[in-house]
Write a protein that binds this ligand. Structure first.
Ligand SMILES: NC(=O)c1ccc[n+]([C@@H]2O[C@H](COP(=O)([O-])OP(=O)(O)OC[C@H]3O[C@@H](n4cnc5c(N)ncnc54)[C@H](OP(=O)(O)O)[C@@H]3O)[C@@H](O)[C@H]2O)c1
Length: 210
């Protein structure tokens, strides 16, 4: 089951797509109170939750941050993953639940212009650490930095004015030197990690070191 605003034609016919704006805690809350997720997980021995949706905006120093965009980022990058994690775990009860937050190096290192993005990704990391301490039966969790991937988000980063993102050239150079990982290669590595026996041994990890 995939939750996003758009539809993908790359998913298999037996998968389900739910069009939803995960940046709206109200819409997501309504959807989670409905029957779809419960029905989807009803016969599952194992639930795999990948919290991937995220946004890098607003980029810029404090005085350059649009408050509405900032709130949308906190909702999408933090509230939605936490709401989905809690809901899936509650439905699964003692059955195996693997939760993978897609984090970022920005959650562990501070970058100029990225205070909102850095803070939201750091929140995911710390959420995973604390959930791991709960040691709830069947629950395994990891907040994983995936590396630098050749996606629309990277194109957005390269298009950001230097005045808002002083280290932009670093990302332009990475692209030009072939330093970006393809989305398909990254996805394969992420799924391999999620399905591996060691998943959950580290609450916070980096795919580049695996
Ligand atoms: N690209 C990188 O180098 C990189 C590095 C480290 C971490 N990450 C993390 O990896 C994850 C994926 O990033 P990406 O590079 O693939 O970004 P992207 O190219 O901007 O894609 C964002 C994804 O999130 C979904 N999404 C965005 N806003 C949404 C919303 N309001 N509601 C529902 N879904 C929404 C999008 O689907 P729809 O548009 O259809 O809604 C899309 O699938 C993010 O969490 C990002 O922080 C990326």
């Amino acid at each position: 089951m995939g939750l996003a605003r758009g539809q993908s034609d790359a998913l298999s016919p037996e998968s389900r797509q739910v069009p939803i704006d995960l940046g709206s805690t109200v819409l997501l809350g309504d959807w989670l109170r409905g029957p779809q997720l419960q029905a989807f997980l009803q016969d599952a021995d194992v639930a795999l939750l990948i919290n991937n949706a995220g946004m890098v905006q607003p980029v810029g120093a404090l005085f350059d941050q649009n408050p509405a965009q900032l709130a949308a980022s906190v909702s999408l990058n933090i509230a939605a993953p936490l709401m989905l994690s809690a809901s899936v775990a509650a439905i699964m009860k003692d059955r195996e639940t693997r939760i993978l937050h897609i984090s970022s190096g920005a959650g562990r290192n501070a970058y100029p212009g990225w205070s909102v993005y850095c803070a939201t990704k750091a929140a995911l990391d710390h959420h995973a650490r604390a959930v791991a301490l709960d040691a709830a039966p069947g629950v395994r969790i990891c907040s994983l930095a995936p590396g630098v991937i050749d996606t629309a988000m990277q194109a957005q980063i390269r298009a950001t004015p230097v005045a808002r993102f002083p280290i932009r050239q670093r990302f332009v150079d990475l692209k030009e030197s072939g330093g970006l990982v393809s989305p398909a290669d990254c996805a394969r590595a992420v799924v391999g990690y999620l399905l591996s026996e060691r998943f959950g041994e580290k609450a916070v990890d980096d795919l580049r070191g695996v």
